[in-house]
Design a protein around this ligand. Sequence first.
Ligand code: FES
Length: 273
Amino acid sequence: MRSSANIKGHPLHPMLIPFPFAYLFGSALINVWARRGGRSEWYRTASHMSVLGLGSAVVAAVPGLIDYAFAVPPKSSARRRATSHMFANLSAVGLFAAARLGRRGDDRPPSAAALAAELCGAGLLAAGGWLGGTLVYRNQIAVDHRYADAGKWRVKTFSPDTPGSQEVDAGSNDELGPDQMKLLRIGARRIVLARTDSGHVAFDDRCTHTGGPLADGALACGVVQCPWHGSQFNVHTGEVKRGPAEEGIKTYEVTERSGRVWVRLPSEEVSAS
Ligand code: FES
């Protein structure tokens, strides 16, 4: 799922997190090293690294929160993992901030409690980094998929009150090429509009296995494949063609009029939006 906080498609959060990680880890390790070797001149360096780490952590958190809100699929295993990632890192920053507040001066050694807080914070940073790596390398969060002929990533967002009727205007009927997809965000609902050899179709973005984003998958011969574990679904009927998913996906009625593609939402979803 393409990052929502990016520069020309390059996600900002992974670009920024090496700074707080290096500064905060460095602060804890230098304090230990200085304390064990009696190198008191290094306490000031560790103190400055702690300040730089806390400041850069705040900056790095902003695109991370944007991606958490808009790029991580809701009701998915990745969302649970991203929540743990966020709390691990926030707790780590909180511990480093507490150690910083308890400091007795830049040139003096940190208290045992402050040093313990920094070491616990470093451990949490490592756990948060592990989870972040899993989010990218397994869940493919912030990865911009470009398989052959898939076209560029497309998304259209409707304001929650947009669907005043049961149909939403999903765009021009020549926007998508064969086997290309586009994500429609309609309130809390995420629907994929796709073009097959036999016309446009629409179906839920959420894979019924563990919530993978089907808009990020591959579409061919009327079948979409989930990018996480390879479940396949018939995009016309929603039925499972291949597991591990056991439950089919929901499909929506699509019509073409006056050169536009219209997706019909069930009335209860319109009123809920
Ligand atoms: S989330 Fe596992 S196959 Fe889609």
